[in-house]
Design a protein around this ligand. Structure first.
Ligand SMILES: NC(=O)C1=CN([C@@H]2O[C@H](COP(=O)(O)OP(=O)(O)OC[C@H]3O[C@@H](n4cnc5c(N)ncnc54)[C@H](OP(=O)(O)O)[C@@H]3O)[C@@H](O)[C@H]2O)C=CC1
Ligand SMILES: O=C1O[C@H](COP(=O)(O)O)[C@@H](O)[C@H](O)[C@H]1O
Length: 469
C-alpha cells in the first residue's frame, strides 16, 4: 500500500557504495512494485558537481549491475523522479541543495514532506544533521534515516544521539539495522508466537545454547579504509547480531505493533550483561595488513566471537554465542537453538537443533534423533528442511526495500530505538574500551580455534556439520 503524501527524498551519499548496492536499487524496486508515494522526487546529494543527467546515467549503471532486470518503460517511468544537488551540504554551505529542493516544491507543492536518508560515513552524520537543522529541512512531518553504525562506542552514540534528539522527535528518527528488515528475522516472531511447538520450548528449561553464526567468505578489499576503523565486532556483532539476539531472546510483546515490538527488544537489550574479557575472541586473517589503507600493525578484528549472557528469567545461564568474520570458510547466517536432551529411557542421545537461516526469505532445519529402520534400536540423526516461502506465491521484499517502504509508511517496528542502542553499546562497552589482540587465522578457515572455547561442550554447530564431526 503506497503512502499518499507527496514526498521529497534527499539521499545523502547518493554516489557512494551503499547507495549503489542497496539504496538506489531499493528505490527502483519500490517504484516498479507500485509502493512509492503517489508523487515523489529523489534528490541525490554529494560533494561533487554532478548534473541531473549524469546522476541519472549513474543510477542506470547501478541498476544494470545491482538491480533487478527491468524494461525500458519501467526505467522511463522511474528516471523522471531523479535529480542531483552537488557542492556538498553543511551548516555554513548548503551547496545547491536548497535550490534543487525549491524546484521540487514548485512541482510537488510547498507541503511535500522530506525523507532524508544519510547513506554517508558515520563520521559525517553530525555535520549533515546540523546542516538539516540550520537550513530548516527538519519539519514536523520530516523523517530522517540513519545508516549504521549509529555511533561507534557508548560515548560517540551519546554525542550523535544527543544532537539528533535536540533537533527532531524520536518518532522522526529511523536508525537502520537491515538484519531486522530480513524476512527471516521477522519470521522468528511468527514461528515462535504462532506455534506452541516452539513457543513452549523457547526458554532455558529446553534450550541449552543459542548460536548466531554469520561467517562470510567476503573480504574487505574494496572498503578496507572504513573497515579498519570499525572491525567485525562493531560492524556485525554489537550491531546486527545483538539485534538478532534481542529478537530471539525477547519476551512476547503485548502486540505486534511497532511500539510493543520495540519495547520488547529494548527490555531484553537491557538484560544483556556487559561482556567480559573471557567472553570474547578476536581474529585477523593472514594477509589483511597487506591491503591498501590498512596499517602494517593494524589490530583490527576481521573476525569476532562473543559469549553473551542474557539475564532474564527465561534465559539466565544459557550462553548466546555470536560469531562473524570475513574471509571465512563459508557464507552463512544462522540462528541455532541447541535443544537439551530429554531425561528418559534413551541415553547418549545427541542434542537436537532448530536452525534458522537469515538469508533470503529464510529456511529452517530441525535436526531430530530418530530410530534407524531395522530390527535394532539404532538411533539416527535426520534433518527436516523447510523453505520459509514454501507454499506461498510471494518472494517477500529484500531488507532495504522493506525498510524504505516502512519509512514511507511511518512504521518504525523494524528500526532500532535510542534506548535500545544505548543498551547495546553499554553491553559492548568493555570490549570497545579494551579490545583483545586479534589471533591470526588462515583465510578460508573458520577463524581462530580459540573461539571454540566459548561454545563449551557444544562446539560450533555449523562448523562441526561442515567438518562432518
Ligand atoms: N557499503 C556497504 O556495504 C554498507 C554500508 N553501510 C553504511 O552505509 C553508510 C555509507 O557507506 P558507504 O556507501 O559504503 O560509504 P562510502 O565511503 O561509499 O561513502 C558514501 C558517500 O558519502 C559521501 N561522503 C564521504 N565522506 C563524506 C564526508 N566526510 N562528508 C560528506 N559526505 C561524504 C561520498 O559522496 P561524495 O563524494 O559524492 O560526497 C561517498 O560517495 C555508512 O554508514 C556505512 O557504515 C551499511 C551496510 C553496508
Ligand atoms: O552491514 C553489513 O552487512 C553485511 C552483510 O549483509 P547481508 O546483506 O549480506 O546480510 C556485511 O557484509 C557488512 O560487512 C556489514 O557492514
Amino acid at each position: 500500500m503506497p503512502s499518499e503524501d507527496p514526498t521529497i527524498f534527499v539521499l545523502f551519499g547518493a554516489t557512494g557504495d551503499l547507495a549503489k548496492r542497496m539504496v538506489l536499487p531499493a528505490f527502483f524496486e519500490l517504484h516498479t512494485r507500485g509502493l512509492m508515494p503517489e508523487t515523489w522526487r529523489m534528490v541525490g546529494n554529494g560533494r561533487g558537481d554532478v548534473s541531473h543527467l549524469d546522476f541519472r546515467g549513474h543510477v542506470k549503471e547501478v541498476l544494470d549491475e545491482f538491480g533487478p532486470k527491468y524494461t525500458a518503460e519501467q526505467w522511463d517511468a522511474f528516471v523522471e523522479h531523479l535529480f542531483f544537488a552537488g557542492g556538498g551540504f553543511e551548516k555554513s554551505n548548503p551547496g545547491s541543495l536548497l535550490d534543487v529542493l525549491q524546484e521540487a516544491h514548485d512541482d510537488l507543492g510547498p507541503d511535500a514532506r522530506y525523507i532524508h536518508y544519510l547513506a554517508i560515513p558515520p563520521s559525517a552524520f553530525i555535520k549533515i544533521t546540523e546542516g538539516l537543522d540550520e537550513h530548516d529541512l527538519i519539519r514536523d512531518d520530516s523523517r530522517v534515516v540513519y545508516e549504521k553504525p549509529y555511533g561507534n562506542s557508548l560515548a560517540s552514540f551519546h554525542e550523535l544521539d544527543d544532537l539528533v534528539q535536540s533537533v527532531m522527535k524520536e518518532e522522526q528518527v529511523y536508525r537502520i539495522d537491515h538484519f531486522l528488515g530480513k524476512e527471516a528475522t521477522q519470521n522468528i516472531h511468527v514461528l515462535r508466537f504462532a506455534n506452541a511447538l516452539f513457543a513452549n520450548i523457547w526458554c532455558k528449561e529446553y534450550v541449552t545454547q543459542v548460536q548466531i553464526d554469520v561467517p562470510e567468505t567476503l573480504d574487505v578489499a574494496d572498503r578496507a579504509g572504513f573497515y579498519d576503523e570499525t572491525g567485525a565486532f562493531k560492524d556485525m556483532i554489537a550491531t546486527h547480531l545483538f539485534q538478532v539476539a534481542a529478537e530471539v531472546a525477547m519476551e512476547p510483546p503485548a502486540s505486534m505493533r511497532a511500539e510493543d515490538l520495540q519495547d520488547a527488544r529494548e527490555s531484553v537489550l537491557a538484560a544483556f550483561r556487559p561482556l567480559e574479557a573471557d567472553d570474547v575472541v578476536f581474529g585477523q586473517y593472514e594477509g589483511y595488513r597487506e591491503l591498501p589503507d590498512v596499517p602494517d600493525d593494524s589490530q583490527t578484528d576481521t573476525m569476532a566471537a562473543v559469549r553473551l549472557w542474557v539475564d532474564t528469567d527465561r534465559w539466565r545461564g544459557v550462553p548466546f554465542v555470536l560469531r562473524s568474520g570475513k574471509q571465512m570458510a563459508v557464507s552463512q547466517q544462522k540462528v541455532i537453538l541447541v535443544v537439551r536432551t530429554p531425561q528418559g529411557p534413551l541415553t547418549h542421545v545427541p542434542a537436537s537443533t532448530i536452525e534458522l537461516s537469515l538469508k533470503g526469505t529464510g529456511e529452517m532445519q530441525v535436526q531430530l534423533v530418530l530410530k534407524k529402520p531395522g530390527p535394532d534400536l539404532d538411533l539416527v540423526e535426520q534433518r527436516i528442511d523447510l523453505k520459509l516461502d514454501n507454499g506461498t506465491d510471494s518472494s517477500g521484499l529484500p531488507p532495504y526495500v522493506a525498510l524504505l517502504h516502512d519509512v514511507t509508511l511511518g512504521d518504525r517496528s523494524l528500526f532500532t530505538s535510542s534506548a535500545g542502542l544505548e543498551r547495546a553499546w553499554t553491553a559492548a562497552a568493555p570490549v570497545v574500551d579494551h579490545p583483545p589482540a586479534p589471533v591470526p587465522y588462515r583465510p578460508g578457515s573458520w577463524g581462530p580455534s580459540e573461539s571454540v572455547r566459548l561454545t563449551g561442550d557444544v562446539g560450533w554447530v555449523l562448523q562441526d556439520a561442515a567438518d562432518g564431526s
